[in-house]
Design a protein around this ligand. Structure first.
Ligand code: AMP
Length: 303
């Protein structure tokens, strides 16, 4: 099945304890679509300015991503400046310049309107909702957000969540969104918004899924060198949704497998800055990492 994504396409400037990059390719929709492209066909909705390098656009098309829904307009591309300390789980935003996203009014190409799997990657919740409303009959809708929107557009975000099946969000943001420091209680609050499944991303501690009264706890893949966690959450979501769209099966066992694929994809992404690692993977190495997760958490039954 095809997968539709709306979100940011960015030029990121990022500093981690291991290096620094200026104006490299980033954005929630970028990481998501490249990651999901290893599993299914991806159709992208976003906007860039006329300063957006052609080679970045080519990276997307080389991965087979449909960019019919990508607008190129007068003005500057979205910019994000962030920094990480030795605790790589926490990004510190130094600057967010929405630029061309400020006036973006997405109009879905006709062929996108029948797509059944939808991911609303981190961007203004009003834009996320505008896109969702144009999809005729979505089967599975997942979304992500961050503190910038939780604080800036809380009402629009709550309205959006009424139409969403799965929320993927990082740990600190789950607490901030719900006002509930305990994650079990936060999951209950999110359920009250109308969301069926909550996935809490916990950086190097893995991911937790709360769904239908059960909890699934996936570890993160242990890595010796992590260069840049930027995009890990979006890459996770790309593997997760890409796998679900590919199998067209959203039962609990598939959701769990999808979480492991998401975790595997995120583990590749953090090994390099920008999309340097993510852009050159093959399905065999992804599957191999999936299998290693099984070994990581296997233990025998009691005799
Ligand atoms: P994450 O997966 O959470 O590490 O997402 C990182 C990406 O989110 C970066 O490439 C940024 O360009 C993008 N980003 C940062 N802030 C925002 C924002 N307020 N809205 C949309 N995208 C953002």
């Amino acid at each position: 099945m095809s997968l539709l994504v709306v979100g940011s396409i960015a030029l990121d400037s990022v500093k981690t304890p291991f290096g620094q990059v200026e104006e490299v390719l980033g954005g929630s929709a970028t990481y998501f679509s490249v990651s999901a492209s290893y599993f299914t066909d991806v159709h992208l909705v976003a906007v860039v300015g006329n300063d957006f390098p052609r080679e970045h656009q080519e990276l997307l098309t080389e991965r087979g991503i449909d960019i019919t829904g990508l607008d190129r307009v007068e003005g500057e591309t979205f910019r994000w400046v962030g920094e990480y300390g030795y605790d790589l789980n926490e990004a510190h935003t130094l600057d967010t310049r929405l630029n061309v996203f400020e006036s973006f009014n997405p109009q879905l190409p006709e062929k996108y309107k029948d797509i059944e799997y939808v991911f609303l990657a981190n961007i203004d919740p009003e834009i996320q909702l505008k896109v969702l409303k144009q999809v005729k009959n979505p089967k599975l809708v997942a979304c992500d957000t961050m503190n910038y929107w939780i604080e800036g557009k809380p009402e629009a975000l709550k309205e959006l969540l009424r139409h969403v099946d799965i929320l993927t969000i990082n740990e600190a943001e789950a607490r901030e969104l719900t006002g509930e420091p305990n994650l079990l209680k936060a999951a209950e609050v999110v359920k009250g918004y109308g969301v069926k499944h909550l996935i809490v991303k916990r950086g190097e501690y893995g991911a937790l899924m709360f769904s239908n009264g059960s909890i699934f706890n996936a570890p993160a893949y242990p890595l010796e060198s992590i260069f840049d966690p930027t995009g890990a959450g979006d890459t996770f979501a790309g593997g997760f949704m890409g796998y679900l769209a590919n199998t067209d099966n959203i039962v609990d066992s598939s959701l769990r497998q999808a979480i492991i694929f998401g975790s595997a994809m995120a583990s590749f992404n953090v090994e390099a800055f920008s999309l340097e690692r993510l852009k050159n993977l093959n399905y065999d190495e992804i599957k191999e990492r999936f299998n290693e997760f099984k070994k990581l958490t296997h233990f025998d039954d009691l005799k």
